[in-house]
Design a binder for this molecule. Sequence first.
Ligand code: CTP
Length: 403
Amino acid sequence: MTDTLAGKQVLLVIAGGIAAYKTLELIRRVRERGGAVRCIMTKAAEQFVTPLSLAALSEQKVHTALFSLTDEAEMGHIQLSRDPDIVVVAPATADLLARMAGGLAGDLATTVLLATDKPILLAPAMNVRMWNATATQANLSKLRARGMQMVGPNEGDMACGEYGPGRMAEPLEILDAIERTLGAGGPLQGRHALVTSGPTIEPIDPVRYLANRSSGRQGHAIAAALSRLGAATVLVSGPTQLPDPSGVRVVGVETAREMLAACEAALPVDVAVCSAAVADWRPATASDEKIKKNGASPAIALTENPDILQTLSQAGNRRPSLVIGFAAETEKVEAHAKAKLARKGCDWLFANDVSAATGTMGGTNNTVTLITEDRVEAWPKMTKDDVATQIAERIADHLGAAK
Ligand code: CTP
């Protein structure tokens, strides 16, 4: 048995339909592949399967009520919506689909489904007439347009005695769809990736710090793209406004030294992508107390931070087989980047012009040039998401060829 879902968390939303019994097997199958399952049941679902069976199979608390004081204290509904790598709705009944399409949030299931930014996979199950109803099909179109994936329904004999489409997909089919959505079985399946992202912030005193304009968009997008291709991905990030990419383990840090420690703890990995805008310097001493105004402006002595890309590139037998850096330049981009590649000892360097006029720093687009020891390749301007996808595909090609 392969552990294609190792480290992945599935949030299973069970609505009230006869097919709910099949979710018991789905939980077993996900867990056989190394995944964890947490269940939310609608009130109607409790008529079909018991919370106790779900808790026993998932070995996790089953969530049912939106306004439960104890549940909210232990894990609030927003947290529930943020934790998983994927949300699976099975069975997705006509009623629940309608409520989702309408954006309702009257119970725990719909609240979490409305709040989550994780991929949602629907496994519809209902009577054939309900499936064919114009209202249901219109609701499904809306949900698809919002990016939700669907598995099934299958055609066959129904519990109500009719025949046609409406039977929920089998647990193994749902499992396959989960794996596909999470990139399991992708070209980077079984590979480990480390990505740094965002700025680092370096304290001057308890309230002030040195920072930079990095948004983390490029690094976060690279981590998401690597994960989509199946890599077990750790994202070590300084403070950003971005949501955690789905399927990625995120380690939040503030300073360069914390970032280095988190990266070293993530080794060994097959590939490391250093896209963080690490502060080159930090205040030599951070004051424990807030520095007060006393007439004279304080002089802040700076000391150099460790170079994470260089450290990973020179990590001896713990060196990732592919180490990739970015070179943020404002002039003589190619010449500076080539010198940087040699100085840092990394394999690939993506040089980008971050001078103010380009809008790259903090913006959504990027124009990069890939520089290796023997190649210079200018990529056209594209979104940071597209740059990320292409980088991940290049990495997959490279590691695949090196197998
Ligand atoms: N980098 C790093 N640790 C540092 C500084 C930079 O890991 N302390 C990484 C960045 O993540 C990036 C690459 O090194 O992948 C180059 O960063 P850049 O800021 O362009 O280069 P610097 O080394 O800071 O050189 P300079 O500022 O002099 O151009």
